[in-house]
Design a protein around this ligand. Structure first.
Ligand code: SF4
Length: 353
């Protein structure tokens, strides 16, 4: 691996040395570690000391947030469609199995966050987490980086948002609630579909969709606004009227503050991995996918619009974001009005991630 030589370009990171010179990504060499427990069998962790942790998103990204924190690279949640797969290639790792099983852990993330938030040049901007890989993936159960990060954000009263598929976020409920007392905190879980056999096939390392919706309900019940990114919606696999109806109904029952539908996009890295799976498991769908994604990473606009309209109509019908009657099971008890995450993301912006 070429990590010792890896450099960031000047546009990303606060650690560009201030001289216009790219800085080394990692301060020291990685320590490789494995754990002989069932949940981590076959997984190697590369513990590294990062130079910087609050990253500035390049302006060309056109996403609605400017600053991110990513304590991990790679993700054992192993979603076949994950758009972050390509980023593993920058480490001389592959975007397939290596992405799922070779996880980079920035072990000094909490202390870096605290230090960078205290720097005079830091402007208190909102910070998004979970925008590259999941900060509540299984590794977090062992490395426990998020409590230190959340405590630093709380102490600095710095607004932040978290997107996750991990139920581990509930471990940090107390810290999230404390932060929400002093600054803007928003959360979202992603649940593209609720079919359990499809979940096992496509998102094999994640908590079930049912569990994720329970997470959403619990967060809202504790006054931490949580919406749902209905992502990704998989053409011909999870886009039937019945599948969309079931998923939106369950999202509404979980008390989500909003639902944002996002159709699958297949960029390089994810594309090869997902299509290899599709060829094995659903070969008859391959020509139909080539029709949709033959010219690029995104499904045709007409298809995306049709799905978006359907989901929005279902959301209205099932009352997503509408306050539940007092005592209703699974709905939030917090009287605050439903609100989208800060910063809010439109489907168009999210597909650019
Ligand atoms: S949970 Fe998110 S980051 Fe992790 S593999 Fe799935 S899509 Fe990628």
């Amino acid at each position: 691996m070429r990590w010792d030589a890896l450099r960031l370009d000047g546009g990303i990171g606060t650690g560009d040395g201030g001289q216009g010179e790219p800085a080394p990504l990692f301060a020291r060499s990685a320590v490789a570690r494995t754990f002989d427990t069932p949940e981590f069998r076959g997984v190697t962790f590369y513990e590294i000391h990062a130079r910087s942790i609050i990253n500035r998103v390049p302006a060309a990204s056109r996403v609605p947030f400017e600053w991110t924190i990513n304590p991990y690279r790679g993700c054992t949640h192993a979603c076949r469609y994950c758009f972050a797969r390509k980023s593993h290639e920058y480490l001389d790792l592959d975007s397939g199995r290596d992405f799922d099983s070779k996880i980079v852990v920035k072990v000094n993330a909490p202390e870096l966050v605290r230090r960078e938030l205290a720097a005079p040049r830091w402007g208190g901007h909102p910070i998004a987490m979970g925008t590259n890989v999941d900060c509540y993936q299984r590794a977090e159960g062992r490395y426990r980086l998020m409590p230190g990060i959340l405590a630093a954000l709380r102490d600095a009263r710095n607004p932040f948002s978290i997107l996750t598929k991990g139920s581990l976020i509930l471990r940090d409920l107390g810290l999230l609630a404390e932060a929400a007392e002093v600054t803007d905190v928003s959360t979202a879980v992603s649940v593209g579909f609720t079919d359990e056999s499809l979940w096992r096939a496509v998102e094999p390392g994640t908590p079930s969709p049912r569990k994720r919706l329970e997470v959403c309900a619990t967060l809202n019940a504790h006054g931490i606004p949580c919406g749902v990114l209905m992502a990704p919606i998989l053409p011909y696999l999870s886009d039937s009227p019945q599948a969309l109806e079931t998923t939106v109904r369950r999202i509404a029952e979980a008390g989500a503050t909003y639902v944002t539908p996002i159709v699958l996009h297949l960029r390089p890295g994810a594309r090869e991995w997902f299509m290899a799976w599709l060829s094995r498991e659903h070969p008859r769908l391959v020509p139909r996918y080539l029709e949709l994604y033959g010219r690029g990473a995104y499904a045709p606009k007409a298809y995306q619009e049709r799905i978006g309209q359907t989901v929005r109509a279902l959301a209205r019908r099932h009352g997503v974001g509408r306050p539940a009657p007092p005592g209703a099971r699974g709905h939030r008890s917090d009287p605050r009005p439903a609100s989208p995450p800060a910063p809010a993301m439109t489907p168009e912006q999210l597909t650019l991630l």
